[in-house]
Design a protein around this ligand. Structure first.
Ligand code: PLP
Length: 387
């Protein structure tokens, strides 16, 4: 069989080496504690599950859903944006539900990128941004996120010919993997940059509700004029522990929302309606579960940050997201460190280089690990030796 070049050229799985090692250790009977994947260990709140159970009994929900979702869901999304950010959205023109935000991130380049077109992708970054561009025949330009700039990109350093020719700029705050946050001032500057160069911005705010120390992440759409040049993706995955249910949304510029809806109509048949009912219950219902989850994550964050500092890693406690992005002392690659840590302690962290070349020198830890396992991992870390 001859596979299409776009598939043959998909990047190799960067964690292959470490995954092999994890499998080998497990086979040897080692008790592995993984800080690898950002998948909440806490369950979906009961009032959201009740909505699923009730909706599952209604035969109306046993049939094909509409791609653009239930009108009630689009209204709930718009109302949530208004309450949470003071951003008013037209639920019929500026909102489309997604089968998880990854689905929208995967499909939106089909609306913007023709073969040969350029997209600007932050590095380190969520790998789907560049892969989805490349699957459309586009090329990604690496936009480095540097520690000395708080992992915000230097938009003025992008060469003018790249800025003028690029069709799409991806942004993501609170950020995966660096856990950095952005303020409205940065978003205002990004809108000005997009307008100057005729670029569309897609802002991914999957982690906007996971925040600490009273920090409240803003929406990109709060920036003046953002709707002229951008859409924003959000997800119920991390806000309400719903990664397994697959539901998110894209909102903002009506022309791009319409294009994305048209692409989706041709490729998928929407989100199961019982799951849409869960999302309505989540967005319209009591929000105290978010504060409860964040209190748990913040406690974990503080313990893990202290333990990592104790063994000599460079860490700024994150203000948001599920991640700790820890800098290694010079001289050791992120893969070498992750392997050494796994060998000595059975603790798994993700090498930063897996998120792009600019992630070298860092490792990422996800705090979606039960407290007792975190305590055990911290005990083991105390015995870590660099030599
Ligand atoms: N965006 C970022 C930055 C992520 O880290 C993830 C998942 O980890 C997603 C989007 C996708 O989330 P979902 O498809 O569950 O909404």
């Amino acid at each position: 069989m001859t596979l299409a070049r776009r598939v043959q050229e998909l990047p190799a799985y960067l964690f292959a080496q470490i995954s092999k090692k994890i499998a080998q250790k497990r086979a040897e009977g080692v008790d592995i504690i993984s800080f690898g994947v950002g998948d909440p260990d806490l369950p979906t709140p009961p009032h959201i599950l009740d909505a699923l159970i009730n909706a599952s009994r209604d035969p109306a929900n046993h049939r094909y859903p509409e791609t653009d979702g239930l009108p009630e869901l689009r209204a709930s999304i718009a109302n949530w944006y208004e309450r949470r950010f003071g951003v008013a959205l037209d639920p019929n023109k500026e909102v489309v539900p997604l089968i998880g935000s990854k689905e929208g991130i995967g499909h939106v380049p089909l609306c913007l990128i023709d073969p040969g077109d350029l997209a600007i992708c932050p590095t380190p970054g969520y790998p789907v941004y560049s892969v989805s561009v490349e699957l459309c025949g586009g090329t990604s330009y690496d936009l480095p996120l540097r520690e000395d700039r708080g992992f915000l990109p230097d938009l003025d350093a992008i060469p003018p010919d790249i800025a003028d020719s690029a069709r799409l700029l991806w942004l993501n705050y609170p950020n995966n993997p660096t856990a950095a946050v952005a303020d409205l001032d940065f978003f205002d500057r990004a809108v000005a940059f997009a307008k100057k160069h005729g670029i569309t911005i897609v802002h991914d705010m999957a982690y906007s509700e996971v925040a600490y120390d009273e920090f409240v992440p803003p929406s990109f759409l709060e920036a003046k004029g953002a709707r002229d040049v951008s859409i924003e993706m959000h997800s119920l995955s991390k806000s309400y522990n719903m990664t397994g249910w697959r539901i998110g949304m894209a909102v903002g510029n009506p022309e791009l929302i319409d294009a994305l809806t048209r692409v989706k109509t041709n490729l998928d048949s929407g989100i199961p309606q019982a799951i849409q009912r869960m999302a309505i219950a989540a967005l319209d219902g009591p929000q105290d579960c978010i504060q409860e989850h964040n209190r748990i994550y913040q406690r974990r964050r503080d313990k893990v940050v202290a333990a990592l500092r104790d063994i000599g890693l460079r860490v700024t406690p994150p203000k948001a997201s599920l991640y700790i992005w820890a800098g290694l002392p010079g001289g050791m690659t992120s893969v070498d460190f992750a392997e050494r840590l796994l060998d000595q302690t059975g603790v798994v962290v993700t090498p930063g280089v897996g998120y792009g070349a600019s992630g070298e020198g860092f490792v990422r830890l996800s705090i979606t690990v039960p407290d007792a396992r975190i305590d055990e991992a911290i005990k083991r870390l105390q015995d870590f030796r660099w030599e």
